[in-house]
Every structure is written in structure tokens, then in C-alpha cells.
Design a protein around this ligand. Structure first.
Ligand code: PRX
Length: 652
């Protein structure tokens, strides 16, 4: 982001007070800040007791005796799935719809809390019958269908650990995740619907298992796409056949609060994704608390829709655990926003009378481009609160979201958080805060945030720096799966006792926080985190490649886009036309990581600009990718240009 863009944002004068009717009905008022102030971890203990059912109440709140390894509510026992299911049925809400499922082809299933509870119990019994037990890892590689949610909750119910792998990841990415977690079981589907056709998932599982170092016992396959799949005898089982004879009775046992709940892999600054580990009691406390208070949830009347896939943290915390712990009614949708036509999302809002809507800025910008007449042709008057997540939202997109989607009245909450934080950390409270287009604004009650200079001193107001969390929080990651040293190095080595998030931030004169993007080699493409190193390693692993550099270039729709600069080994240079070589490399990245990581552009170059010590000058490449410095990027193939730039710049 350029300095002038930041400056423009910070001179934002617009403020929007919450509507009077909203305030009159609000779930969270200013008293929450009061309750949290000076109360430390006890605030969270109170929230946890109020929001959740503990099989055995905790007496210990926070154990921070061995930082940065936190324990929350450690002597309490809890069952995450029971909190999301059975207790709502026992409280008389069994008939309430938990999931309005909308398939991309237009099929629909409404699933009540009673039905979802019964299904999860059956699935839990099935997992037990397959020999899965507490602590075992189960990989879930599925489209966004009810069985994906059922599978996650069934794993949680028996105290096992799920690792959901986004369905867009390749067989190789899947293999790496199965191996790293030494999973015992994979749950997948034959395929799912996307952009009007079936995309196969099971073949990727087969390919992954061919390459695997640690064999899995079974693969459970949900029939969804109807595409032909190979079933390996003795290993592969159809979900519907196996689950049919299972009992819908299952006792949910309480597990220790720190029992691991899930691993979710996310990109870091090295070539190897990190398995972020979350545990049960603290995670569920903050997921439920934030879902209720940030989204102003009235579970009896609201219809909530978060558009994230369960393959990302947003899908874990705000499709599965937060909403279900709070007994919400929600929509889940399998497909893409524009299938079969550009207005599909707004059709869904109209059809189910969605009142709370949570999505990413990249989607909003794509809709802005397509034009306001598309949402304008639908009745969106049910919407009363809008949320944004995943990347900074530019004020233009924020205003469009408010005017066109929110009818000029719905408050917008811009929520900052990460896979590692587990739940929302910075956001307006919609019935309290006067909102400001483009700023995430204020830490939530119970959360301590600061912006520090490189030297670790507090900055501002009206200054920029590095975002840190200064006190442990209940849903914080408990580590990186199998690599405690990397956990300490990545997040805690920079400022010692403070969690370093990897984001730049600015405090304005009102002490509101503006997020400025990553300060490390991590890109944010359509709200998804991608590592420059990971993509570089993938490109270099291709036999044609001698060297590669990847940068994130600003993109009007996706926020950032992947741009690669590649030096080919000389024997490949004239082997094929350049566009074929580029296409081959793009597809290769798709196979190695997944389609989301495919570079928008690949420039074949003869040299890469380097400092005298041999470091690739990424900032210069970024300038080039964004059209600055040397204008037309095609001139990069002219080595003299690179040489000129290289020699005119000293080491960074
Ligand atoms: O750079 C921040 C950006 O997304 C990163 C976290 O990515 P991930 O773990 O994939 O989780 C995304 C969904 C929570 C952060 O380090 N980010 C997330 N939310 C915002 C944001 N940047 C600015 N504003 C936000 N609201």
C-alpha cells in the first residue's frame, strides 16, 4: 500500500452512529468494556461460565507460568459438540433450524438442531467403530455441505482432532498435511459443485495417499457430486452406507479444556505451512463470545450467513463453532457467488431473509465491479448488520457495502483477526461504536492490543508501527503442531512477552486502529494467506526453472495478486513459445499448492535484481509488478534494464 493511500484513509472524516432501533435492541453495550476493564482473565472466566456448559466447572482461569504456552480453564472439562448441539435440544430448541443448506445446483436442506444432533451422534459412533479415539487426527477434505460440519463436530465430540484442508488445495498439499499430522482417517466426498459443474475431490485423496509416508486406515467418502470414483477395498468406505446402521444415541463425554480441537495449516514466511493448534475451552469461549457480541446475535430471530469455506479459520470459528455454540440459525452455501448468475448470493439473502452477513472485501469489490443493479434487483431489506474480514477494506468498498447492500443503515463491523488468534480481536461493537470506513477500530473487551515501533516502544497516536497482542487471550493458538520452537520463533521472538501478528498498523488521532497489511513475506490474495516462499519453492521445484522470485502486487479486486519472475534453465528457454512455458508453470503451481496460488502473471526473465550480498530485491520487483519504476514490465526480459537497476541501487 502506498503512503498516499494510507494518508487518504487516515483523513477519513465520515462517522456512522448505530441506528437508534439497533441500539435499543443491542446485545452488547458499553458495560462490556467496563466489565473487562481491570478484570484481567476473570472477565473471560465470567463469559465462559455464562456462554458455555462445562461438564466439570473450572477453578483455574489462566495459567501463563510457562509463556508463550498458555492454558485456559485447565481443570475444567467440556465437550465442544455438546455445547453446539445437545444442550440446545435439551433447552427446548430442537426444532430451530441450525443449517439452511443451499447447494450450488439449487438443492436445499433445512436441518434442525435436533436433526443435526442426531446426525453428529451417528457420525461419532461411526468414527468410534473405525477405531478413531481421543487425540487421533482426522483430515477433512470436503465441499461446503452439511456432512462437512457434521464430520467436524463428530470428531470434536469424541475428543479427536480435525485438520480441515480446503477443497481447492492440490493432492500434494493434502499429502503434506496428512503426513505432518499423521492422520488416521480422511473424510472426503466424491466431488462437489462449483461454477456449474462437479469438481472431483476423491481422486486428489487417492493421489495424496499414493505419495504418503504415514498410511491412513480408512477413507470415508460422502456421495455428493455423483462423479465416478475408485474405491480401494478395505480402505475406502461410503459414508451413507456406514452411517445408516449407526445409533443416534451417544453420550458426550467431557474432555479437558486444553484437549486439542483442531489443527489448521496456514502459510508462513517459509516454504512449509504451519499447523496452527487450537484447543477446546478457551477457543469455544472466545468464538461464542465474539459471535454473539460482534454480530449482535438474536438467536431466536436472526438468520446469519458467513460466506467463508470451512477450509479456513473463518469457517471454523464463524460457520461451525461460534454460531452453533450460540444456537444460531444460519445459511451455508456450497458454490461460488456468481453461479449460475452474478446475483446468486443476493438471491440467497432474499430467499432466507438473511439478517447478519459476513464476507470478505475481495467479494465486495468484485460485486462493485459487476454493478449495483445486481443486488439492487433483490430485496435485501432483511439485512441489519454487515461484517468484513480477511484484509483491509478500502473506504470506497466500505461505503458501497453500506449503501448498496446495507440499505444505507446497517452497521458494518470490520473484524481483524487471524488463524492464530482463533477468534475476532479488533472490531467495532455494532450497537456501541460509531464506525469509520476503512478502520478495524478498537480491541474487543478483554483483548489488549498495542502498536509498537521496530524498537518495541508504543507509538502514536497518529503514527504507524507493528501490531502486537500484549496479554494472552482464550482462543490463542497453543502452538504449531510438532514444532514448538517455530511457534516461539515466529510469534514471540521479536518482542519477547508480546505476540507479534505480522501486520502493520496505524493508530489515528482517536486511537482507532487501521490495518495496513502484512509486514512479512506473506501475501493476502482474496483474503487468503499465501507465502511468497512457498510459491517460490513450488516454481523452483519444476525441472525448467533455475530461479524464481514471487511478490504480491496490488490488485483492484483481490487485494494482492501473485506475480512471479522466473529464470529458466537455458536448455528450456527456446524449447516452446513463452506463453506455453508460462502456462505450464502456472499449472504446475496449481498442482503443487492449489489453484488459489497460481500466479496472475509470470515474467520469464534472464536475471533477477539482487543486492550485492545476493538478496533478491523484492521491493523493486514489487514496484515493477505494480507498474512503477520501469513502466512496461515486458521490458524485464531485457537484461540490460535489470542490470541498470541493479547497479544503480545499493544494498537495502
Ligand atoms: O493481514 C491480516 C489479514 O489477514 C491475516 C490473517 O489471515 P488468516 O490467518 O488467513 O485469517 C483470515 C481470516 C481471519 C492477518 O494477519 N486480515 C484479517 N482480517 C483483517 C485483515 N487485515 C485487515 N483488516 C481485517 N479486518
Amino acid at each position: 500500500m502506498s503512503e498516499s493511500t494510507i494518508d487518504n484513509r487516515l483523513h477519513e472524516e465520515r462517522r456512522f452512529e448505530p441506528p437508534t432501533e439497533f441500539v435499543a435492541q443491542r446485545i452488547a453495550g458499553p458495560e462490556l468494556y467496563e466489565a473487562a476493564k481491570d478484570n484481567g482473565p476473570e472477565f473471560w472466566a465470567d463469559q465462559s461460565r455464562e456462554l458455555l456448559h462445562w461438564h466439570k466447572p473450572f477453578t483455574e482461569v489462566l495459567d501463563w507460568s510457562n509463556p508463550p504456552f498458555a492454558k485456559w480453564f485447565a481443570d475444567g472439562h467440556i465437550n465442544v459438540a455438546y455445547n453446539c448441539l445437545d444442550r440446545h435440544v435439551e433447552a427446548g430448541h430442537g426444532e430451530r433450524i441450525a443449517l439452511h443448506f443451499e447447494g450450488e445446483p439449487g438443492d436445499q436442506r433445512d436441518i434442525s438442531y435436533a436433526e443435526l444432533t442426531a446426525e453428529v451422534r451417528r457420525a461419532a459412533n461411526l468414527l468410534l467403530s473405525l477405531g478413531v479415539s481421543q487425540g487421533d487426527r482426522v483430515v477433512i477434505y470436503m465441499p461446503l455441505i452439511p456432512e462437512a460440519v457434521i464430520a467436524m463436530l463428530a470428531v470434536a465430540r469424541i475428543g479427536a482432532i480435525h485438520s480441515v484442508v480446503f477443497g481447492g488445495f492440490s493432492a500434494e498439499s493434502l499429502r503434506a498435511r496428512i503426513d505432518d499430522a499423521e492422520a488416521k482417517l480422511v473424510i472426503t466426498a466424491d466431488g462437489g459443485y462449483r461454477k456449474g459443474s462437479v469438481f472431483a475431490l476423491k481422486p486428489a485423496v487417492d493421489d495424496a495417499l499414493e505419495m504418503i509416508a504415514s498410511p491412513v486406515d480408512n477413507v470415508l467418502v460422502v456421495k455428493r457430486g455423483g462423479n465416478e470414483v475408485a474405491m480401494v477395498d478395505g480402505r475406502d468406505l461410503w459414508w451413507h452406507e456406514e452411517i445408516a446402521p449407526m445409533s443416534d444415541q451417544h453420550h458426550a463425554e467431557g474432555f479437558e479444556a486444553e484437549n486439542p480441537l483442531f489443527i489448521l495449516y496456514t502459510s508462513g514466511t517459509t516454504g512449509k505451512p504451519k499447523g496452527i493448534l487450537h484447543t477446546s475451552g478457551g477457543y469455544l469461549t472466545q468464538a461464542a463470545f465474539t459471535h454473539k457480541n460482534v454480530f449482535d446475535l438474536h438467536p431466536e430471530t436472526d438468520v446469519y450467513w458467513c460466506t467463508a469455506d470451512i477450509g479456513w479459520i473463518t469457517g471454523h470459528s464463524y460457520v461451525v463453532y461460534g454460531p452453533l455454540a450460540n444456537g444460531a440459525t444460519q445459511v451455508i452455501y456450497e458454490g461460488t457467488p456468481d453461479s449460475p448468475a452474478p446475483g446468486r448470493w443476493w438471491d440467497i439473502v432474499e430467499k432466507y431473509k438473511v439478517s447478519i452477513f459476513y464476507t470478505a472485501p475481495t467479494a465486495i469489490r468484485a460485486f462493485m465491479k459487476a454493478g449495483r443493479q445486481i443486488p439492487g434487483a433483490r430485496d435485501l431489506s432483511s439485512l441489519r448488520l454487515l461484517g468484513s474480514v480477511g484484509e483491509p477494506i478500502n473506504p470506497e468498498a466500505w461505503m458501497w457495502y453500506r449503501e448498496v447492500i446495507g440499505g444505507g443503515v446497517a452497521p458494518i463491523v470490520d473484524t481483524w483477526w487471524q488463524t492464530e488468534t482463533g477468534a475476532i480481536m479488533i472490531s467495532a461493537l455494532p450497537g456501541v461504536t460509531s464506525t469509520k470506513p476503512g478502520a478495524a477500530q478498537v480491541p474487543l473487551p478483554g483483548i489488549s492490543i498495542d502498536v509498537l515501533s521496530e524498537e518495541g516502544t508504543h507509538v502514536g497516536p497518529e503514527a504507524g508501527g507493528l501490531l502486537v497482542v500484549t496479554q494472552p487471550w482464550p482462543s490463542m493458538l497453543r502452538g504449531i503442531w510438532g514444532d514448538p520452537d517455530r511457534y516461539v520463533d515466529t510469534y514471540w521472538s521479536r518482542f519477547g512477552d508480546k505476540y507479534f501478528a505480522g501486520d502493520g498498523a496505524h493508530l489515528d488521532a482517536d486511537h482507532d486502529i487501521w490495518l495496513l497489511g502484512r509486514v512479512d513475506d506473506v501475501m493476502n490474495v482474496s483474503g487468503h494467506r499465501l507465502s511468497t516462499m512457498e510459491i517460490e519453492s513450488a516454481i523452483v521445484a519444476h525441472e525448467m526453472t533455475a530461479e524464481a522470485a514471487v511478490v504480491g502486487a496490488q490488485d483492484d479486486t483481490t487485494g494482492q495478486a501473485v506475480v512471479a519472475f522466473v529464470i529458466l534453465k537455458s536448455r528450456f528457454v527456446d524449447q516452446k513459445p513463452a506463453d506455453e512455458l508460462v502456462a505450464e508453470l502456472r499449472n504446475w503451481v496449481g498442482q503443487q499448492i492449489g489453484a488459489i496460488a497460481k500466479p496472475r502473471e509470470i515474467h520469464l526473465v534472464d536475471e533477477l535484481p539482487k543486492t550485492r550480498s545476493g538478496k533478491i530485491m523484492r521491493r523493486l520487483l514489487q514496484d515493477i509488478a505494480e507498474g512503477r519504476e520501469i513502466g512496461d514490465t515486458t521490458t524485464l526480459t531485457d537484461t540490460s534494464v535489470i542490470r541498470t537497476i541493479t547497479t544503480s541501487l545499493d544494498d537495502e
